[in-house]
Structure formats: structure tokens, C-alpha cells
Design a protein around this ligand. Sequence first.
Ligand code: AMP
Ligand code: ZN
Length: 111
Amino acid sequence: MDCIFCKIAKKDIPAAVVLENDNLIAIKDINPQAPAHILIMPKKHYATLLDCKDKGLIGDMLLMANQVAEKLKVYEKGFRVVINTNQDGGQTVFHLHMHLLAGRPLSGMMG
Ligand code: AMP
Ligand code: ZN
């Protein structure tokens, strides 16, 4: 399947990896919307949040967001996590991923 995030998860194309475990990878967004803009995604392909029924995996994505926030030292000031889903959600890459945004005050939905 021709999916850019599958290729990143398999290390077929490079990315700036922030954290990784057996099931998830967190990378720096190539077009950051905040000083810290990280994408947390499963290594397994799910096109959207709607396609993933794995409660454990979805929970682990949020727990990895906490770990990323700790690693980047944005834990205390705060951060935002967002999962854009389908057209009206603004999803452009159809491999489930969660944005973590931090490092500046965020206003509105995406700041
Ligand atoms: P979304 O609009 O929620 O689907 O978000 C897709 C995100 O992926 C955007 O913020 C892009 O900047 C980011 N992105 C696209 N290609 C890459 C890449 N090769 N490495 C890192 N981030 C990427
Ligand atoms: Zn994929």
C-alpha cells in the first residue's frame, strides 16, 4: 500500500523520531504549526480513527502523548492533542495519527 506513514513506520523513508515502541511511533511534523508539533501514530495501518477498534492501542496513543510532552518538557505549560478525521476534520494523510501541539499559547481549535 502506498502510504507515507506506513513507509515512515517501516523506516523506508526518514523522519525525526521522538519516541517509539513496538506498536507506535512519534515523529516531528514536517510542517510544524507550533514550536513542538509531533505526530503519534500506530505502526499498523488504520486509515482513520473510525477504522481502529483497538481500545488498547488508542489508549496507548494518549499515554505516548504524555511521554512526548514529558520528553519535550512541555508537560507543565501544557499541550493539545488532536485527531483530524475525514474531510470535515481536515485529515490529509489517511493513516491514523494524533497531533501533539505545544510551545506557544494555542487558541481556537488548532491554534
Ligand atoms: P492531517 O491533516 O491531520 O492528516 O495531518 C497530516 C500531517 O502530516 C500534516 O501536519 C503534515 O505536515 C504531516 N506530514 C505529511 N508528510 C509528512 C512527513 N513525511 N513527515 C512528517 N510529517 C508529515
Ligand atoms: Zn499507513
